[in-house]
Design a protein around this ligand. Sequence first.
Ligand SMILES: Cc1cc2nc3c(=O)[nH]c(=O)nc-3n(C[C@H](O)[C@H](O)[C@H](O)COP(=O)(O)O)c2cc1C
Length: 221
Amino acid sequence: MPNLLHLDASARRTSISRELSGVFADAWRAEHPDGGYVYRDLAAEPVPFIGEAWTELCDLVLARLLPAGPGSIDLDRLPELVNSPAQQAAWAIVEPLLREVRAADVVLIGTPMYNYSIPAALKAWLDQITFPRMSLAPSRFVVTSARGGAYSPGAPKAIYDYQERYLRDFFAGHFAVEDTAFVHAELANSRQDPGLAHLRDQHDASYAAALEAARRLGKEY
Ligand SMILES: Cc1cc2nc3c(=O)[nH]c(=O)nc-3n(C[C@H](O)[C@H](O)[C@H](O)COP(=O)(O)O)c2cc1C
């Protein structure tokens, strides 16, 4: 029975990235009626920032769990590192988040671009669940995103895309997940900014294509 972990990170309730992730999730759940489904709204119920006790756990991973050669740490051994009350409190936050993501065959992330990158709410989740030399493969990751501008290859601002590039590189480098899929609805600011009104048609086309891609991927995954 496959499991889907669905995260949303937009600060807006009515949000394009939420709509796209919802379309993917609906299609996926229709294809997997017996599949498991866990939903987390990282904006409405934020994951706390990591604190000092979390960094102690990280140092203990480095000291005790790294394999001698290449390869990943054994995540099942994390609980044996937890000792002080502060570390136990830190672990109480990490443990359910890590359990959810490890159980997921598909991790679906609905996220806006904020300031050329990802919202702090999503970064806080990543900081909590990431330990040195860990692997989340063979999970598959799908990101549905909305951006105010255009960052596709060839766009003048393409080099400022630290959202897709960051997530793609992070999942590959830290989680050994190489094939993250991205669905972007671009030029969303043309809805509000009169200076971008001439790009509204391009936004509408990007949005429609993203909805279709999210539906198709939800069926495929
Ligand atoms: C705090 C904030 C920062 C933003 N920064 C950018 C940005 O750097 N580049 C961009 O293209 N759009 C930016 N936007 C626009 C959003 O990406 C756009 O509104 C998108 O639709 C938000 O996703 P959502 O509809 O899922 O909330 C920003 C919006 C907010 C609220």
